[in-house]
Design a protein around this ligand. Structure first.
Ligand code: SF4
Ligand code: SF4
Ligand code: FES
Length: 253
């Protein structure tokens, strides 16, 4: 017999002065292969048209459906109800601005982050549309692609103790993005340039290393490795000019 699921969902509309934050319960019979995406759409269609949440791709690609599922940030379209208990609590991601109910504005946060870390290839080369594409070693291209798989869902930020305590913390997603440009030979930024962006408490030295980010990343990005190497690289970047030449080191990612 199908399980009867109870959903306890955060409700609040910041645009409505009469709205008060509260949890609302819904009940829904589980169906085969039900995801939270399917369940939420059924709740909205059949029980409450005003329920707000975000979706786009339904395939763990757009990152829009991230929310806190029974206390853990995750993608609703990627979460099967069969893997969850009968009672499912859904909250919006913290850190990001609330739009309403389970919908948050990750876009503004990510745009601000991209500006702060200057998330583009810095090169003095002038673009020549007639020139052949620059070649890149396959193994290196794959390493860059691995870090580029981030879907900007915000789960790692929502799970990060530092990001919860200070709103200027760049977070694992930004540090991962920086690592992607450090690896990219087309980006001509120096180690000092990167240090100026992330060699601070808002950057790599604010990270407490408890790795909530890696635990919840739905794309299983190697955040632990990236953060560890980046921290070491920045520590040496800070120390190198104080050290005699034979002790200086450049840490490769
Ligand atoms: S390891 Fe660093 S970035 Fe990841 S959750 Fe912890 S403090 Fe945040
Ligand atoms: S690093 Fe992972 S958890 Fe963080 S935004 Fe990217 S995909 Fe989401
Ligand atoms: S709807 Fe796109 S990641 Fe879930």
């Amino acid at each position: 017999m199908a399980r009867m699921l109870t959903f306890s969902i955060f409700r609040y509309n910041p645009q409505d002065p009469a709205s008060v934050p509260h949890m609302q319960e819904f009940r829904l019979a589980e169906t085969e292969s039900m995801t939270l995406f399917i369940a939420l759409n059924r709740l909205r269609e059949e029980q409450d048209h005003s329920l707000q949440f975000d979706f786009c791709c339904r395939a763990a690609i757009c990152g829009a459906c991230a929310m806190v599922i029974n206390g853990r940030p995750g993608l609703a379209c990627h979460s099967k109800t069969k893997d969850l208990p009968d009672k499912i609590t859904l909250m919006p991601l913290p850190v990001f601005k609330l739009i309403g109910d389970l919908s948050v504005d990750t876009g503004s946060w990510f745009r601000g982050m991209a500006k702060r870390i200057e998330s583009w290839c810095h090169t003095k080369k002038v673009f020549d549309p007639t020139a052949q594409e620059e070649r890149m070693d396959n193994a290196l291209a794959e390493r860059i692609y691995e870090l580029d798989r981030c879907v900007e869902c915000g789960c790692c930020v929502a799970a990060c103790g530092t990001a919860l305590m200070r709103d200027d913390f760049l977070g694992a997603v930004a540090l991962n993005r920086v690592a992607r440009f450090v690896l990219d030979p087309r980006d001509e930024r120096s180690e000092q340039d990167y240090f100026d962006i992330i060699g601070t408490d808002e950057g790599v030295f604010g990270c407490m290393g408890l790795l909530g980010c890696q635990d919840v990343c739905p794309k299983r990005l190697p955040l632990q490795e990236v953060l560890g190497k980046l921290r070491l690289k920045m520590a040496f970047a800070a120390a190198n000019h104080l050290l005699p030449k034979f002790l200086r080191r450049e840490i490769k990612l």
